[in-house]
Design a protein around this ligand. Structure first.
Ligand code: FES
Length: 141
């Protein structure tokens, strides 16, 4: 599944109340981002209480950003560390549709077959803006 298919799938999954009542995917939105060098900048108000997806440059899979209970932020790749399928946000975790791996919003493994956490990015809040640091090897993941 490529990025475009992933986005279309999210749009389908987030389009109906049936998904919500079934405990499925919630309406996660893509937040607007500004690219500043190796940083993605997003307004904190655009992240929302359930988190948001960010579209990094270069056509890579989205980044999921989430506000932690302590007021900090978590940012993880949506590329599953088992075999690379895009994970999908649900009400309380990120789920891989390919083989069933599950992760916390912070990327920790809840259920295999994956054995590795999602790739994490440093995320810091400065005033009303959250900055996500992109790795130098962004093209490689
Ligand atoms: S690719 Fe995600 S569980 Fe296999």
């Amino acid at each position: 599944m490529n990025r475009r298919q992933f986005i279309r799938r999210l749009e389908v999954l987030t389009g109906g109340a049936a998904a919500l009542s079934a405990g499925g995917c919630l309406p996660f939105q893509f937040a607007n981002v500004t690219v500043a060098g190796r940083r993605l900048l997003v307004r904190a108000g655009d992240i929302g209480v359930r988190g948001a997806l960010l579209d990094p440059p270069g056509g890579q899979l989205p980044i999921f950003v989430f506000r932690l209970p302590d007021g900090g932020y978590s940012a993880v790749s949506t590329r599953c560390m088992h075999r690379g399928c895009p994970v999908e946000p649900t009400a309380d975790r990120l789920v891989c549709p390919c083989h069933g791996s599950e992760y916390t919003y912070a990327g920790d493994v809840l259920k295999g077959p994956t054995e590795r956490p999602l790739r994490r990015f440093a995320a810091t809040a400065e005033s009303d803006v959250v900055a996500i640091e992109l790795p130098a090897d962004l093209e490689g993941w």
